[in-house]
Design a protein around this ligand. Structure first.
Ligand code: NDP
Ligand code: MG
Length: 388
């Protein structure tokens, strides 16, 4: 099967490359899309000799083109990535750009009927209904790559099987158990130290605020047609149980394994087969115990905010996601404090009545408007901090 990776130079993209390299008899890298990581893309080109590469940044595209081998066509801009996806006969597309920016190529891949391996959860949060409709229209398959959703997909077995509850596990992030006073002071560096997973920066900060789990609740809602009140979250710091499904008789089915993204990435490509991943076996006796505790929704309000947005419906999840992306950018740049990230999201969300978003245009407009409001919020905050 041919594979195209959107966000090829990122954390999920590079792990997808490992999976493709491990199965040369089954998978072939056909096309790669990234933004501006020229060195990262060059390394992938040397490794796979893809037929085509798109850098969405024009200057990066020119630099990549200068280093490309004769068999690789290099183009610039998101529109070219979309056109390439539309031209290809059905193959597997790994949606692994970070954030809302991945929406148009993800929709294009779904409409074309490609197998869609979805890591890029922000697109599902903002436009789950459009992505589902596009998958139906294209006739391809949507397979979750987020570890929790992959676990639920596996535990369900048959996607049409009725369930009582989906239970998402969360590690609790690097600040689990910290008091509020300490949280006011956390540095960017500390927030980027995830206890279990090595991920891109945005996802890592989201894990620290629990917004990652909030986004995952909304992602599960769309992926599994699950009412929000049938999706729960439990903190499980060891990250061995990747999520669970509860059925009518109270039986819980879970998927367990090492916390390693190669597994759900590969499964979305191999399904319904399972292939060797090459990880050491999990020694349960050596692990000793698995622990579970409730999330602290007061200190880490990400899940509560996402639920509120999901219940409000319409544009609210778009606003939640846009405000969060802007807030995380400002936190990473040092211009917002850690607790301000979710304060900004709560404020921007709370000041907007949801509107109907039944088209891509409506979603893009709601996203742009919320981003502008979030930037203003951050600007005001910075002004106040600047004046002591
Ligand atoms: P990274 O930040 O590591 O990588 C992001 C990728 O997206 C890079 O290849 C980047 O390109 C590309 N990109 C960013 N902006 C653009 C743009 N405007 N146009 C084209 N490409 C762009 O993110 P992760 O790999 O961590 O995460 C990717 C997605 O997967 C996210 O939605 C995340 O929530 C989800 N996810 C990640 C997990 C993980 O373990 N990392 C686990 C579960 C889900 P460049 O490098 O060239 O700038
Ligand atoms: Mg996850």
């Amino acid at each position: 099967m041919n594979v195209v990776v959107l966000g090829a130079t990122g954390s999920i993209g590079r792990q997808t490359a490992d999976v493709v390299a491990q199965h040369p008899d089954r998978l072939r890298m056909r096309g790669l899309v990234a933004h501006r990581d020229v060195e990262g893309m060059e390394a992938l080109m040397v490794r796979f000799r893809p037929a085509w590469v798109v850098m969405t940044d024009a200057e990066a595209a020119a630099r990549v083109a200068a280093r490309a081998a004769a068999g690789t066509a290099v183009e610039a801009g998101m529109a070219r990535a979309v056109a390439r996806l539309e031209d290809e006969p059905p193959l597997a597309v790994v949606a692994a750009m970070s954030g809302f920016v991945g929406l148009t190529p993800t929709l294009a891949a779904a409409r074309r009927g490609h197998r869609l391996g979805l890591a890029n959860k922000e697109t599902m949060v903002a436009a789950g209904h459009l992505i589902r409709a596009a998958v139906r229209q294209g006739g391809g398959q949507l397979l979750p790559m987020d570890s929790e959703h992959s676990a639920i997909f596996q535990a369900l077995g048959d996607p049409a099987r009725p369930f009582r509850r989906l239970i998402l596990t969360a590690t609790g992030g690097p600040f689990r158990g910290w008091p509020r006073e300490r949280l006011e002071q956390v540095s960017v560096g500390a927030a980027l130290q995830h206890p279990v997973w090595a991920m891109g920066q945005k996802n890592t900060i989201d894990s620290a605020t629990l917004m990652n789990k909030g986004l995952e609740v909304l992602e599960a809602h769309w992926l599994f047609d699950a009412p929000l009140n049938q999706i729960d979250v439990v903190v499980h710091p060891e990250a061995i149980v990747h999520s669970l499904v509860e059925f009518a008789d109270g039986a819980l089915l879970a998927q367990l394994g090492r916390p390693d993204m190669h597994v759900p990435i590969q499964l979305a490509l191999s399904w319904p087969e399972r292939w060797e991943v090459g990880l050491p076996d999990l020694d349960l006796a050596a692990l000793g115990r698995l622990t579970f505790e409730p999330p602290d929704h007061d200190l880490f309000p990400g899940v509560r905010l996402a639920r509120a947005a999901g219940e409000a419906g319409g544009s609210a999840p778009v606003v939640l996601n846009a405000a969060n992306e802007v807030a995380v950018e400002h936190f990473l740049a040092g211009s917002l404090s850690f607790l301000d990230v979710t304060r900004l999201v709560a404020d921007v969300l709370g000041h907007r009545a949801p509107v109907l978003v039944d088209s891509l245009e409506a979603i893009l407009a709601a996203d742009a408007e919320a981003r502008a409001a979030a930037r203003q919020w951050a600007g005001r905050r910075e002004g106040r901090r600047g004046h002591g």
